[in-house]
Write a protein that binds this ligand. Structure first.
Ligand code: ZN
Length: 530
C-alpha cells in the first residue's frame, strides 16, 4: 500500500460514507415495514459495510502506520486507532461476514414479526406489558409472562449457532472468544470493566435487597400471596428490569391523553437543542409489522437523524422519547467540521449516558411541572414517591444489566453449558427472583440483544454511571442550576463539551474533560444509593 494516511482517509470516507448511509437506510426500511425484501436489502447493505473493512492489505497498512508512530496529528491518530479496531473485526472471509449478517437479520426478523398468542389471539409487547402492569389474576399474569418468553424457543437454536460462529471468528482473529473480541473492538478493557462492575454489584447489593423487600411486601399484599408465592410474573415486566408502578403513584395518569412527543420537543427546545427536524423524519407510532422497540439512528452523519418509536400516552413512552432524543441531539450536534470518522459518539455508552440522563427526567417533580403540565402542589406531594421509584428503577436496572453482562461472558466462554440453568442462577443471585418450578425453557433467548446487539449491555451499565457523573458535573461546570428543564446553560455545555467533540477523544478522556474525573460509580451511588 503506497501513499499517506491522509490520502487513505480521503478515499476511505468517499468509499465508506455511502455504504454506511445505505446500511442505515436499509435497517430503517426493514424495521419500519418488516418487509422481507427490505430485510434482504438490510443484510446486503450491512455485509457491504463490513466488507469495506476487510481488505488485508489495507489492514496491514493501517497497522504499519500505527506501529511507525508516523501519524502525529491528533485527529488523524484518533482516526487511525478507530480504523484499526474496525478492521480487526472484519479480517474474515466475505462468506463469513455475509453469514453473520444473515443470521443476525434472521433473529431481528423474528423479533420484528413474532406475536405470541395470549388467550388465542396474537399479542404485541405493549399488550403483554399492559397485562403485567394491570392484571390482578395470577393465571392471566402467568399466561402473559409465558407468552412473552415463547419467542425464546424459536430464537434459541439460531442464537446458539450464531454464538458458535461468532466464537469461531473471534478465535481465528486471535481472541479468547467473541466476548473478548467485542470488548477489545469497543475499546473496553475486560479486567478494568469487571473490577468496576464488581464494585457496582457489591455497592448495590444491600440497597437493592432492601428496596426489593419493600416492593415484594407490596406485591404480596396486592396479590394475596406469601413470600413463597411470589413468582416472576408478579413483577411488572418480563425481565424485572424496570420498577413496577407503585400503588400510591399512578404516573401514567399524569400522561394520559397528553402529547408526550410534544413534551419531549418542548424540553429539548428549552435546552437550546431543538429537535423539530428530527421528529419530522421520525416514525413514532405503532403499526403492524413495525419493530416494537425504540431506537435512534444517525443515518448519514450529516444531520439526517431519526427516531423509531411506538409512542403511547404513557410515562414509559414519555421517558423513551426523552431517551431516544438524547441520542438524537448528541448526533445532531457533532461538530460538522470534524471528519466523517469522528462525527460519532466518543463511545456507545457516552451516548447512552446522555440518553439515560434525559430519560430519567419523567421521575423528577421539576420536570413534570415544567413540561408535563403537572400542578406544582401535586408534584410536590409526589416528589418523595417519585424519587423512591426512580431510585428503585435504577437499582433494578443495574442488577438486571449485571445478569445480561455476566450471562454473555459465560455464553461465549462455553456455549455448550446448561444455559437455562446459568440464566436462572444469575437471575436468582443478582435479581433475587426464583424461577418457576420445573421451568426448562431457554428464557435467555427471549432477550433480543443477545442475538442482534451482542455484548452490548455493559454499555448500559457504563452509561448509567456516566449519566450520573455528567449530571452531577453540570451545576459546577456549566454554571447552571441544572434540573435540566429550561436550562440553556446545561444545553450549551452538553453541546460544546460532549456532543461537539464527537469521537475525537477516547471515552475516558472525554469524561475527564467534561466531568473532571475518570468514569466511576461514585456519582451514581451518591444519586441513588446515598
Ligand atoms: Zn439508548
Amino acid at each position: 500500500m503506497s501513499g499517506s494516511f491522509a490520502e487513505f482517509l480521503r478515499t476511505y470516507e468517499r468509499r465508506v460514507a455511502p455504504l454506511n448511509k445505505e446500511a442505515n437506510e436499509a435497517f430503517w426500511a426493514a424495521t419500519t415495514t418488516g418487509r422481507p425484501e427490505e430485510q434482504e436489502r438490510c443484510v446486503r447493505a450491512s455485509s457491504a459495510l463490513r466488507r469495506a473493512h476487510s481488505d488485508p492489505g489495507q489492514f496491514a497498512a493501517l497497522k504499519s502506520w500505527q506501529a511507525s508512530g508516523s501519524v502525529r496529528d491528533p485527529l488523524e491518530a484518533r482516526q487511525l486507532a478507530i480504523l484499526v479496531r474496525a478492521y480487526t473485526e472484519q479480517q474474515i472471509p466475505p462468506e463469513t461476514i455475509e453469514e453473520l449478517a444473515r443470521r443476525e437479520q434472521e433473529i431481528q426478523g423474528l423479533f420484528t414479526s413474532f406475536r405470541p398468542l395470549l388467550e388465542g389471539r396474537p399479542a404485541s409487547e405493549n399488550d403483554l406489558g399492559r397485562v403485567l402492569v394491570e392484571e390482578r389474576d395470577a393465571a392471566c399474569r402467568r399466561a402473559a409472562w409465558e407468552a412473552s418468553k415463547s419467542i425464546g424457543a424459536e430464537v434459541a437454536p439460531r442464537l446458539l449457532e450464531l454464538a458458535a460462529l461468532r466464537n469461531r471468528v473471534a478465535r481465528e482473529l486471535g481472541f479468547r472468544d467473541y466476548f473478548a473480541l467485542r470488548l477489545s473492538v469497543d475499546e473496553l478493557d475486560e479486567s478494568e470493566l469487571f473490577v468496576l462492575l464488581g464494585k457496582l454489584e457489591r455497592a448495590t447489593r444491600r440497597p437493592f435487597r432492601r428496596a426489593k423487600a419493600e416492593l415484594d411486601r407490596g406485591l404480596e399484599r396486592r396479590f394475596g400471596v406469601g413470600p413463597e408465592g411470589l413468582k416472576p410474573w408478579h413483577y411488572a415486566d418480563p425481565f424485572f428490569q424496570e420498577a413496577p408502578p407503585a400503588d400510591t403513584l399512578d404516573l401514567d395518569a399524569l400522561f394520559a391523553g397528553k402529547d408526550v412527543v410534544g413534551m419531549a420537543r418542548d424540553f429539548y427546545a428549552g435546552l437550546g437543542l431543538p429537535v423539530d427536524d428530527i421528529l419530522e423524519r421520525s416514525d413514532l407510532f405503532e403499526r403492524e409489522n413495525k419493530n416494537q422497540h425504540a431506537y435512534c439512528m444517525d443515518v448519514d452523519r450529516e444531520g439526517d437523524v431519526r427516531v423509531l418509536a411506538n409512542v403511547r400516552a404513557e410515562e414509559r413512552w414519555a421517558g423513551t422519547m426523552l431517551h431516544e432524543l438524547g441520542h438524537a441531539v448528541y448526533s445532531k450536534f457533532h461538530d460538522r467540521s470534524l471528519p466523517f470518522l469522528l462525527r460519532d459518539a466518543a463511545h456507545m455508552f457516552t451516548t447512552e449516558a446522555v440518553a439515560m440522563m434525559m430519560g430519567r427526567l419523567t421521575g423528577e417533580a421539576d420536570w413534570l411541572v415544567k413540561l408535563a403540565g403537572v400542578g406544582e402542589k401535586q408534584a410536590q406531594d409526589l416528589a418523595g414517591a417519585l424519587a423512591a421509584r426512580l431510585r428503585l428503577g435504577e437499582l433494578l436496572f443495574v442488577r438486571w444489566a449485571l445478569v445480561v453482562v455476566s450471562f454473555e461472558r459465560e455464553l461465549y466462554r462455553d456455549p455448550a453449558q446448561d444455559l437455562n440453568g446459568l440464566w436462572w442462577s444469575l437471575v436468582t443471585r443478582l435479581q433475587e427472583v426464583r424461577p418457576p418450578e420445573e421451568r426448562r425453557a431457554p428464557d435467555y433467548a427471549s432477550k433480543i440483544h443477545l442475538g442482534t446487539v451482542p455484548v452490548y449491555y455493559q454499555n448500559y451499565l457504563l452509561g448509567t454511571l456516566a449519566a450520573s457523573q455528567i449530571r452531577a458535573a453540570l451545576p459546577a461546570r456549566a454554571g447552571a442550576e441544572s434540573g435540566l428543564a429550561g436550562d440553556r446553560g446545561a444545553g450549551a455545555f452538553l453541546r460544546e463539551r460532549v456532543f461537539g467533540p464527537g469521537a475525537r477523544y477516547p471515552w475516558n478522556e472525554l469524561l475527564r474533560r467534561t466531568t473532571g474525573a475518570p468514569l466511576g460509580p461514585k456519582a451514581f451511588l451518591r444519586q441513588f444509593v446515598g
